[in-house]
Design a protein around this ligand. Structure first.
Ligand code: CAA
Length: 282
């Protein structure tokens, strides 16, 4: 039974994970270097909890659970020292993640589990600089975390069976459906999701159809809840570009980032979070 969780990184994914852990009554420390990001995250989590209650998806008791269980901190050591589970959700930079886990390892107890929410970076590489790589695992959540049922648990070469089981049990306790996959570039979800997302961008570049029409094709023709370009906007064009660059290097040409994706990222059009991506967001 997990007593206290630290979520590192108060961006979209960190907020969603902290919302879900806190409304399930687990003491949750949300940690970020920016006090402003933490204040913004608390407001957004509260609004999302209210939306869930309003829609009848979240019990009204979640409001008190969230207020009681969620605290924030800009001090990573202080935020982690009492926790038996740490989930990192910072930007997709291997060195940044590795440096965070090196600090976390200094303060957590010897049996604490360390998890990364990376969408694609190799779990085995991240674990390799740790003193206890057997306690390291991937726990890949999906956006929006309170709504999406899946957690992709990624087994690194050194992850122990009990670590994988702990991640699976936590996912189930949070009301999610876990799958366990081997550590392979892009795991199961990002690798498949990227193929459709990148091809949709190439089709837009080639003038096959408009962004609206390409999205409608998959929404109405294949019953995807959201077309691939709108989904790229939701995930963040910068996030998708980083994954594409990594998969291009590891797997091959089918993941080469389209020029249009690079251009929009360079212009700061990152999707929903900036108000403009392949679509305009209000
Ligand atoms: N808390 C709990 N439940 C909530 C909620 C909240 N804050 N907000 C909404 N919901 C529930 C609603 O009640 C509704 O449930 P039902 O379908 O049972 O009625 C459902 O969530 C949808 O909510 P909305 O009606 O507000 O919105 P929508 O119908 O327009 O759906 C969406 C929005 C869920 C985002 C949907 O478009 C969707 O599923 N899109 C695809 C999302 C997806 O593929 N995400 C994965 C991205 S990839 C990723 O994250 C991984 C990565 O590594 C980058």
């Amino acid at each position: 039974m997990v007593r206290q969780i630290t979520v590192i990184g108060a961006g979209t994914m960190g907020q969603g994970i902290a919302q879900v852990t806190s409304i399930h009554g687990i003491s949750t420390r949300l940690c970020d270097v920016s006090a402003e990001a933490l204040a913004d995250a608390s407001d957004r989590i509260e609004a999302s909890v209210e939306k869930g209650i309003e829609k009848g998806k979240t019990p009204a008791s979640a409001r008190d659970q969230f207020r009681r269980c969620l605290t924030t901190s800009t001090d990573i050591e202080e935020a982690c020292q009492e926790s038996d589970f740490v989930i990192e959700a910072v930007p997709e930079l291997l060195d940044l993640k590795a440096s965070i886990f090196a600090r976390v390892e200094q303060v957590v107890s010897s049996d604490a589990i360390l998890a990364t929410n990376t969408s694609s970076l190799p779990i085995t590489d991240l674990a390799s600089s740790l003193q206890h790589p057997q306690r390291f695992v991937g726990m890949h959540f999906f956006n929006p975390v309170p709504v999406m049922a899946l957690v992709e648990v990624v087994r690194g070469a050194a992850s122990s069976e009990s670590t994988v089981e702990a991640a699976v049990s936590l996912a189930v306790a949070l009301g999610k459906e876990p799958i366990v996959v081997q550590d392979s570039p892009g795991f199961a979800t990002s690798r498949l999701g990227l193929v459709i997302g990148l091809e949709a961008i190439r089709m837009l570049e080639a003038g096959v159809a408009s962004a609206e029409e390409i999205d409608k094709a998959m929404e109405l023709g294949y019953r995807h809840p959201m077309g691939p370009l709108r989904l790229t906007d939701l995930v963040g064009l910068d996030v998708r570009l980083a994954i594409a660059e990594y998969l291009h290097q590891e797997i091959g040409e089918q993941f080469r980032p389209p020029q249009l994706l690079r251009q929009l990222v360079a212009e700061g059009h990152l999707g929903k979070k900036t108000g403009q991506g392949f679509h305009r967001w209000s």
